[in-house]
Design a protein around this ligand. Sequence first.
Ligand code: SAM
Length: 679
Amino acid sequence: MTQRPAQHSSALPPLAALTAPTLSWNDTSPHSDAFDDLYFSREDGRAETEHVFLGANRLPERFAEWQDTRAFVIGETGFGTGLNMLCAWACFEQHAPAHGRLHLLSTEKFPLDREALTRALSAWPSLARYSQVLCALWPDAVSGVHRLHLSERVTLDLHFGDTTERLNLLEGQVDAWFLDGFAPSKNPDMWQPELFEAMAARSRPGATFATFTCAGIVKRGLKAAGFHWKKVPGFGRKREMLAGGIESPTEDVRRSATPWFTPPAHRDAHHVVVIGAGMAGSSVAAALAKRGKQVTVIERDAPGAGASGNRQGALYVKLAVETNHQSRVYLAGLLYSQRWLGQLAAAFPQEPPLWQPCGVLQLALSDKEANRQQRFMANHPLPESVVSAQSDALSSLAGVPVSAAHGLYYPQAGWVQPKTLCEQLLQHPNITLRQGEVSALQQTQQAAKTAQWQVTLAHGETLQADHVVVATASLANQFAQTAELPLQQVRGQVSELTLPEGTQGPEKVVCAGGYVSPAVDNVLTFGASFVPNNATTQVVEEEHQRNIDELRQALPAWVAALEASGVALTPQHLKGRAAVRAASPDKTPYAGPVPNAAAWQRDYAVLSKDASKVPPIIGEHHSGLWISTAHGSRGLASAPLCAEVIASRICDEPLPLEQPLIDHLHPGRRVISALVRAQ
Ligand code: SAM
């Protein structure tokens, strides 16, 4: 690694809805009006891509030789129509060995809308099987990282926003760069020295690049950042282009102010033990199994036996009025889960479906809440396809009269059957589910590269693993290594009411104090109670009554009509289920490596005297030990994305969130804040 000047700060830019570009079309070929440039060559865009980006990066050869267990990573500046990335995917399918995996990441400040994307890609019938997948998964135009699982072995992270800004937030390293983006003369703002510096800092040693241009600003910028380059023949009438690489990427200095969050050194993973088969454990097991890891899931009861075992679970979020890191994690999680659940439901068709994206309404039952929602909308420039403010249409959307005059509508959210979801996630040939209770964890080799974990079950049997992921909700801090993690137990009870045949119930998930989902098989599920510091699980009438009161508040006219028709809405007539959820003191999940809390307390003790004195010591972790917990009652929005965070880290791949959000999820954050608070 070479020491070069510090890179840009990694502060998170404001959340933004991105604007689609204004395009002029020549049949299926788009032209950008703002940049006055073409997205791809009208003559033979695909051949040009193959020559410039694939050929000059030697991708066919490198794919064919790829033996690594980690994914090969391609980074691109300017996704545009996706032609380059789809060609790379097709090339990978053609040349890479069956076990190989490909990770694509691309920035885009002006994403095409789905219609334009579909039209542009229709120019390439030979890529239809790839472009159909991309168009189906195409995300909303919201700034941030959008992870798309293009196939079992190909992932695409779309980093929506300005290229340089996004690369400075990227947590990950690239093997080959596609340096695209309109011609430097048409788009000088992008081709600045900071762009090349950001690329140099996110490259693996030996990373290559290719670009169609030979402009002086590009040659100078690349050289100054540490890349070598040479001119090679261009495509068609273009005489020359540039290709090259970097042997000694720039050191990542972004964590100098927070050295404790420096991720632990990577080490191989063949066998991973996941403890707990709720949403957190099942999703992390599935994410690892997909990456070719052997996973043993150890569950005390059965999949979804805890808080993930209700008949229905709503996918919804409650975002803060002012955008903060926590809301951004949840927003990213919501958008990710919506896409992920859609793919899972298609892969596991059943009746009723695993995932029902019926839409979620959040009612404002008080002026204070209405005001909060209005301020939230003013602060969050989100597209209507993500969330919109509603008033007159609330009852017609809900399908039943609602009591509120204002509300928020998340049209792509909905509900799932969490227990079935957990079971399906574990149906992977690389996953073995074992019933048992883990009583202790012990690291048997101290050297980080070879560290092994011994997992001891209550009856004395032991298992060996390279990595262990603890996903046991409120019990996650029961191990010696996790004991310092503050976790609160929160009891929640849902109520179930059997509706008379033919009753018209809510058509959306309706949230106010609690939530009510559309009925399944005439059973209406609503709740849930919220009782902090209570770990009991028997169903109690008092909490049924609380759930009834909340249902009555949200849908008074509907409840009155139901009672008038003879339905007795009393605790005695309800069934239910209670479970214990886990929460962290700051209500953000814990997802990441487990810190060695004693070492942190020792190494960073000075923070308790002067928080500005940051010792230049890298945070010590229990190498190979990970945790995903504290998902509270929003696990459907947070657990799947947290699973990707952990699996990506274990597999040494780019992460699906901006670096500050990865740090925000870090399980060690409370150790540091406790030291700082002691000041
Ligand atoms: N790689 C694309 C493909 O395969 O279709 C073509 C890229 S097109 C020539 C250039 C793209 O860069 C456009 O989509 C444009 O919106 C995007 N772009 C331009 N300036 C940008 C910037 N500063 N940050 C991110 N994207 C940018």
